[in-house]
Design a protein around this ligand. Structure first.
Ligand SMILES: Cc1cc2nc3c(=O)[nH]c(=O)nc-3n(C[C@H](O)[C@H](O)[C@H](O)COP(=O)(O)O)c2cc1C
Length: 435
């Protein structure tokens, strides 16, 4: 008896190549089924991986599955197999997208087989585009490749390109304001290092921090009156208030002026202070091949008073940037003092470093569970907190600290740690108020 010519290994190789195809948010919205009786691989849409909000007509789902089918054809040609693929073979079953019959049908497609090494090499690049036209011969090669698949590839002219880019920016702006679409994004990005689908943080590439930012809509407003009061009114209606130090202080980038300090001390919402010339606010962050290449977000964690608003702000910031979160806690031994006769001293012994470490891990565990895509590093030091925080913040993209909101008639103030890091950290500092 002959060995079956299309064994499990062969079919697995074909499907492995198919699943290396690109798909929207790498959701891999496909399923493959091998029908040995008819030597047919069936490709089905997997609707559990569809995106009803981002891709309501399943256009992108079809494109991804089309790419998977193309890879499968290339792999078959590479293995010397002749195949026949039929698109939408069953009109009553629209999610059976293709049936690929293998063998005995003619010579393998030699041209397709030359593409096989590219299956592994191909990856989506999210690096910034170079401002260079695609060379004419490359454009022609791409047009020819599309034509061979029965498609037409068009390169827009200059005004057409501007019009298209306007639409793209407009669409991105609208997407950014649509909570349901953002939910699709949240589902498929920042999924942690172990995930085999979705988009890992390191693939997201650099994000422009300056210049045109299609996700953000800008509105300008000129207001009259004292700056502190105007900024506090704006902060009250905002999720976050961002202040640059330029122009707010006589010593740009080092000392923060009285306006900013006044706002930080009273704002009911988080305030981010961006020092002129500091780290984290410059152009592109480079994405390295090993890690994300992004600067850390540093959290000044007060374990004597761990506060959800502050911790959550830091985790959200790290998640949104694709950054690592470095949580820093500085613990201090109680100051020794003498007891007089009959006085009662400390009943509980002061905590040791390992006890603080355990407590820190326990506090952060809840947040690690909530943000599995955020890598967390815990740093514990002994002594006053300001210096280690300023040290950890050098080269960071953001330092997050809390500010307790004064109760009753007590005057609004910024605590000594927040005050010190605002003045001396070389990166943006977020001050998050809490009860
Ligand atoms: C129909 C379709 C639409 C896509 N849209 C985007 C997009 O808007 N932005 C983006 O960065 N990547 C987009 N991609 C690329 C996918 O995110 C990428 O293919 C996927 O993450 C798998 O990664 P890989 O291409 O490196 O294998 C799209 C891919 C397909 C097939």
């Amino acid at each position: 008896m002959h060995a079956p010519p299309y064994d499990e290994e062969t079919v697995t190789a074909l499907v492995t190549a198919a699943t290396a195809a690109p798909s929207l948010h790498n959701a891999q919205p496909w399923q493959f089924c091998w029908r040995s009786a008819t030597r047919t691989v069936e490709l089905r849409a997997d609707l559990r991986r569809a995106m009803p909000r981002t891709d309501p007509d399943h256009r992108a789902l079809h494109l991804g599955c089309g790419a998977a089918l193309f890879n499968l054809r290339v792999a078959a040609a590479h293995l010397g197999l002749d195949i026949q693929s039929r698109l939408l073979p069953d009109p009553s079953d629209p999610y059976l997208l293709a049936a690929v019959r293998i063998g005995g049908l003619g010579p393998p497609d030699r041209e397709a087989s030359t593409l096989f090494p590219a299956i592994e090499r191909r990856h989506t690049s999210r690096q910034p585009f170079a401002d260079r036209p695609v060379p004419a011969d490359v454009q022609q090669a791409l047009r020819d490749a599309a034509a061979r698949e029965g498609a037409q590839l068009l390169f827009p002219g200059a005004w057409h390109l501007e019009a298209l880019l306007d639409h793209v920016r407009d669409a991105e702006g609208r997407d950014a304001l649509d909570p349901e679409r953002l939910e699709d994004l949240r589902r498929w990005t920042h999924r942690g290092a172990q995930a085999t689908d979705g988009i890992p943080d390191h693939a997201l590439g650099p994000r422009p921090r300056s210049g045109r930012c299609p996700q953000v809509r800008f509105e300008e407003e000129q207001v009259e009156g004292p700056a502190t009061a105007a900024l506090l009114r704006a902060a009250a209606q905002a999720d976050v208030l961002v202040l640059g130090s330029r122009g707010l202080s006589g010593f740009t980038g080092f000392l923060v002026g009285s306006v900013a300090l006044g706002v930080v001390a009273r704002a009911a919402r988080p305030v981010v202070l961006v020092p002129a010339g500091g780290t984290g606010a410059d152009g592109y962050e480079t994405a390295g091949p090993q890690g994300s290449g992004r600067r850390d977000v540093v959290l000044g964690l007060d374990l004597a008073d761990p506060c959800d608003e502050v911790i959550e702000f830091a985790f959200e910031a790290a998640r949104d940037r694709g950054s690592r979160l470095r949580a820093v806690h500085a613990w201090q031994s109680p100051v020794p003092f003498g007891f007089g006769p009959g006085e009662i001293g400390l009943i509980e012994a002061p905590w040791r470093a390992d006890e603080w470490r355990d407590f820190m891990a326990a506090v952060l565990q809840t947040w690690r569970d909530k943000y599995p895509g955020v890598e967390v590093v815990e740093t514990l030091t002994e002594g006053r907190p300001a210096a280690p925080l300023i040290h950890a913040a050098s080269g960071a993209s953001l330092l997050v600290v809390g500010r307790r909101i004064a109760q009753g008639p007590a005057p609004a103030r910024t605590g000594p740690v927040a005050h010190a890091v605002i003045q001396h950290a070389g990166c943006p500092v977020a001050v998050v108020p809490h009860e």
